[in-house]
Design a protein around this ligand. Sequence first.
Ligand code: HEM
Length: 448
Amino acid sequence: MSEKKKIPSVGPWLFFVSLLQMGRDPLDFIQTNREKYGDIFRINLPIGNLVVVTSPAYAQHVLQEKNRNYQKSFAYDILKIFLGNGLLTSEGDFWRKQRRLAQPAFHRERLAEIVQTMSELAGEMADEWKEIKKEGKPFDITIQMNRITLDIVSKALFGADVRSDLELVRNAITVANEFAIARIRYLTKRIPLWIPTKENKEFKKAAKALDDLLYSIIDNRIANPIERHDLLAMLMEAKDEDTGEGMSHKQLRDESMTLFIAGHETSALALSWAWYMLATHPEVMAKLKEELKEVLNGKLPGFADIPKLTYTRQIVDETLRMFPPAYIIGRRPIDTDELAGNVINKNTNVLVAVYDIHHNPELWDEPEKFKPERFAPENAKKIPKYAYFPFGGGPRLCIGNNFALMEMQIVLATLAQRFDFTLVSPQKPEFDPLITLRSKTSIMMQLN
Ligand code: HEM
């Protein structure tokens, strides 16, 4: 066994200052401490340590090699309050069984059909944007991207149209996101739900609105069974191998809520950041348009075009490097673990620093520059394992990774082909790292 080391500690007597700094700006906090202490450091808390790991090898160790010894971190206990026990938050054999059930909804043949839906919906959005262009008014790109990804996930996975509920879903997710992150970061915010504080009341209202929406989709399908083979149908038809029983109403809700939320918020954010980068990098936009002219020449993209849209894909990959929506992935060891000689006690929350690894100058040349060519095939093969992992890794890898990559390609290709964008927000957007990597201010665009 290697020599045991003590993990360097950040401000041992000032844990509350560290926590505040971490809460305020986790990205800067991690970078500063990585530069000071190296790829692994800890914050001592009165209720146990928090360990941050920020190297590809450590990420691989936690997410892949030793995955059986790592459960999801405390943050996921908080997410459970509104996601329930679905694919993202469940563990062990139960998770394995549910993952097997949901997986076919993301197989290649299904994705080929889903791409068709994505393309039609992106085409509809392009038609509506003609009006926005005529009016010449600036618009919030994140709201538009939320709309399209919500439309796509609802239609493709649940056969439902939730366009009229966009505002409700957006607001409810913002409330839930802020509620969850406050509870994760601050002990003082962990007030039992039954106590009617302002935050608790707001959260319960938001959670009920989302619940009502998801239950109405499920109940509508139960009342009007139709021949479909989307995700909802697969979940509804699934029978337990031992008991022959179907999924309970509550389990259907938990899996559906998880897919509904995980399946659109992350892609919407990534797409918004992609538009921001395209609007501020005209040379990249010009090269993208060249590819779109050559491959699509005015038509809507289809499944067969996906592998041909190579530069579009490089833009997607580079956006996910610079702006990984899941900027930290958290785990907890079930048994005490040793990581390169560092002892990690059982139940310690370990934060795998995705954003920091994606921006580390020792791994990336000019990491703050937007250079899609990094992901051209000849360059991509030189990227070390786990230097780039926006979808996580190991068995808990995002189930929707191909879905998301295709969706981003389709949406970018359809809209960039028809419009030119100008950024009209006065300042550079500042990060708002909640559960996902949002922007503090609206990213406003104008179409020309
Ligand atoms: C750009 C878009 C997306 C990003 C960056 C992203 C990122 C991630 C990451 C990092 C994880 C792993 C979390 C962990 O290990 O704790 C994850 C899991 C998951 N994602 Fe995604 N995701 C995206 C899109 C999607 C889409 C489109 C769907 C569904 C349609 C989806 C559904 C899920 C689910 C269900 C899980 C849990 C999987 C499991 O543990 O079995 N995601 N995602």
